[in-house]
Design a protein around this ligand. Sequence first.
Ligand SMILES: [Zn+2]
Length: 225
Amino acid sequence: MNINLFLREKVVETAKRILDFGLVTGTWGNISIKDDKLLHVTPSGVLYPQMRTSDVVTVDMNGNVVYGNLIPTSELPMHLAIYKNRSDVGAIIHFHGLYSSIISIIADEIPPLLEDIAMALGYPLKVSKYAFPGTTELSENVLEALGDNNAVYMRNHGATAVGEDIEDAFLNAILAEKAAQIYYFSSIATQEHKNLEVHYVPEKHARELRKKYLEKYKLLKKTTK
Ligand SMILES: [Zn+2]
């Protein structure tokens, strides 16, 4: 079997990047990259600084390990469920960023805050209903709250970002954490300073921006492939 070493390396490289950006600690969080009918995923229980390409687990779309010696992430069912429901998704990053985690506790959704976030992630960004980690219920709740968006916050847990490829998923994870941070601080600012007021991107403009972004982005991807 031909195993794509480049994509397995990308899993490790991205794991170290999300650690550097403070989106994960310890062995929490996980990453997957789709490779036709296979997935390259982070292993369970390996610390990010020590993770090597040989630790990455390759599974088929039913979750069976086809390459690698370690156990795949316990959140593999959620990754598989997203790929089965979203043919546009080529990579997934699940993370426990500080502000995404705060939003997963205190909010139900984040309205369109800024144009770049509405364009790249969609809106409103929702918090999925609580479910025990690793369960089918968690996968279902995440799918429901994700919808057509590129990020979802998970109740009392963290967040998940998706993208057409791993670079796209990484940017979306950073943007999702940024959205959570901006929402949190702008909410506090308006509570503390009564002369301040939160203004969201108007709904019709958010819709138009998202539509234009998807059209332009897809066109760009087609011409560069
Ligand atoms: Zn998690």
